[in-house]
Design a binder for this molecule. Structure first.
Ligand SMILES: NC(=O)c1ccc[n+]([C@@H]2O[C@H](COP(=O)([O-])OP(=O)(O)OC[C@H]3O[C@@H](n4cnc5c(N)ncnc54)[C@H](O)[C@@H]3O)[C@@H](O)[C@H]2O)c1
Length: 292
């Protein structure tokens, strides 16, 4: 199957990034959302990223306009899927919203269309039946698209295995490194490992074994990393981290969730609010002396 026309459902943070990369890769892209303000945000986000890519020499002068000419924005579901070969759904991470969207688009998308979800922590089997075409349904999960370039391909038990090589090929065309999650696993591969690291860091901190700085230092120096678990948490957002952590029943996770909540109550959401475990835009872990 040849994929030419890509439809992105949800014009938020991730939908915009996936759509932009698809445009850069030469696909015809349609971005759909239910809110005009999201579509406006999406275009502004894309223009900002294109400026950064131009500055760092990753795209040439004038290429930005050519890329944007391949991307259409619409509030019309039928226009969004007209002649679509492939859908990646990036709507709000709520099961009811995603189910509704898949029931809606399963009815109107062309027969040839491949259905994928970019859900971070849910499973494709939760929506496959809603789409009406479970054999064509798979998770295709991005990280940040431009900086972190792994794309997880995670089928559910009813996914047609013939879809996997098509998605691996598409992932590479989108400048990602595809990895196959052989069975459904919440958090895919990387997020599962990341949660283990963050959970261990949280346990060290709430157990008063070591300071935030020394936990990060230890990781950064030994693994030659630009940030440690608390720097990573600040970049993810402490609100997102709390959403995941507070659902875990074990005592260590609950203690860490309580600590995260105390930060949230002070308006400390991480990098996006200027304050989390560190203060932004110049967190101490980025200072040269930090790892001396
Ligand atoms: N933010 C990340 O770092 C990240 C990374 C990987 C995957 N994801 C996943 O991508 C998805 C979107 O996350 P996000 O961070 O971009 O969220 P976001 O809140 O930035 O964007 C969600 C968008 O979905 C739209 N939307 C809501 N209901 C809709 C509907 N019925 N039809 C069409 N659009 C609708 C909203 O208007 C909004 O523009 C989630 O499933 C999330 O888990 C996010």
């Amino acid at each position: 199957m040849i994929i030419k026309n890509i439809c992105i459902l949800g014009a938020g943070t991730l939908g915009s990034r996936v759509a932009l990369q698809a445009g850069i890769s030469g696909f015809n892209v349609t971005v759909y959302d239910i809110q005009q303000k999201s579509l406006d945000f999406s275009l502004t986000t894309m223009q900002k990223i294109l400026r950064q890519l131009h500055k760092s020499g990753q795209i040439s002068a004038g290429q930005d306009l050519e890329v944007l000419s391949r991307i259409k924005f619409t509030l019309s579901p039928s226009e969004a899927v007209e002649n679509a070969d492939f859908i990646n759904e990036s709507v709000t991470e709520e099961a009811d919203i995603k189910k509704k969207v898949w029931r809606q688009f399963g009815e109107i998308a062309p027969e040839k269309c491949i259905f994928t979800t970019n859900t971070s922590y849910m499973l494709p089997s939760m929506f496959a039946e809603d789409s009406g075409r479970p054999e064509k349904f798979c998770a295709f999960h991005f990280h940040d698209v431009f900086y972190s370039r792994v794309v997880d391909i995670m089928p559910h038990p009813g996914t047609d295995p013939a879809l996997i090589p098509i998605l691996e090929d598409l992932g590479r065309k989108l400048n990602q490194v595809p990895v196959l999650v052989k069975k459904e696993n919440p958090g895919y591969i990387f997020n599962t490992m990341l949660m283990a690291l963050i959970g261990a860091a949280g346990k060290l901190l709430t157990g008063e074994v070591a300071s935030i700085e020394d936990i990060d230092r230890s990781w950064m120096v030994n693994f030659h990393m630009p940030m440690g678990p608390f720097g990573i948490l600040d970049s993810i957002g402490l609100d997102t981290a709390w959403h995941v952590t507070h659902k875990m029943p074990d005592r260590a996770s609950q203690a860490f969730a309580a600590l995260l909540k105390s930060y949230l109550e002070q308006g400390k959401l991480g990098e996006k609010s200027g304050q989390g475990f560190y203060t932004y835009p110049n967190p101490t872990y980025k200072e040269q002396d930090f790892v001396k």
